[in-house]
Write a protein that binds this ligand. Structure first.
Ligand SMILES: CC(C)(COP(=O)(O)OP(=O)(O)OC[C@H]1O[C@@H](n2cnc3c(N)ncnc32)[C@H](O)[C@@H]1OP(=O)(O)O)[C@@H](O)C(=O)NCCC(=O)NCCS
Length: 167
């Protein structure tokens, strides 16, 4: 399987809307990723990811030359500038083949070298066991569990914070 990360392009719109329009993805992440995933949501996201100031934060995941998902790394600022947050999703037919574990490993190497941060973290819903496992496989450790602090689809959930350090 040929896997690579590349910058977003304007012509990713149709593939984005097609693969992102999945309730099994949307229920695991922020409400900013809607379901149904509309053309308007896709246009706004592509505008964000292709804007010059964001080009180094967002990547398309490509598998065998085809669009397969997205991954982003977001450095914080001010007194939190040593930290960056990572977020990701993959088209459902490709789940459980190790792809996101590889994508995260590539992005954290890039994040530590390009942004100079010393900590990269991910926040995960307590019910999202797949994402917790992925972060553990990629070398993250569970830093904290903030009980009953997320509300997703009217259900209150724990927030798990996983982190990795550049030592
Ligand atoms: C979470 C997600 C990114 C994982 O991507 P992926 O490429 O399938 O991940 P990998 O194949 O690298 O690893 C998945 C691991 O989770 C495990 N897993 C998957 N579902 C699981 C579940 N319900 N319970 C326990 N483990 C689970 C797999 O067995 C695998 O671990 P293993 O290699 O030890 O067997 C993908 O499922 C996805 O896009 N989900 C929806 C969006 C999302 O949750 N994004 C992250 C928000 S924090």
């Amino acid at each position: 399987m040929n896997f690579k990360l590349r910058p977003w392009r304007k012509d990713d719109l149709d593939s984005l809307v097609k693969h992102a329009n999945n309730a099994n993805i949307a229920r695991n992440i922020t409400d900013r990723f809607p379901h149904p995933y509309t053309l308007e949501a896709g246009e706004q996201f592509i505008e964000l990811t292709t804007s010059p100031e964001n080009l180094d934060r967002f990547r398309v995941i490509e598998v065998d030359g085809e669009f397969a998902g997205g991954i982003g790394i977001h450095p914080h600022d001010d007194i939190f500038r040593l930290n960056a947050e990572i977020a990701y999703w993959l088209t459902e037919p490709l789940w459980n083949k190790g792809i996101i574990t590889k994508a995260i490993q590539e992005m954290i190497h890039y994040g530590f070298t390009h942004f100079g941060v010393t900590r990269i973290f991910g926040t995960v819903l307590g019910s999202n066991l797949g994402s917790q496992r992925v972060l553990e496989k990629a070398g993250f450790t569970l830093e904290n569990k903030i009980s009953d602090s997320i509300i997703k689809y009217e259900k209150v959930e724990d927030c798990l914070i996983y982190g990795i350090r550049n030592v």
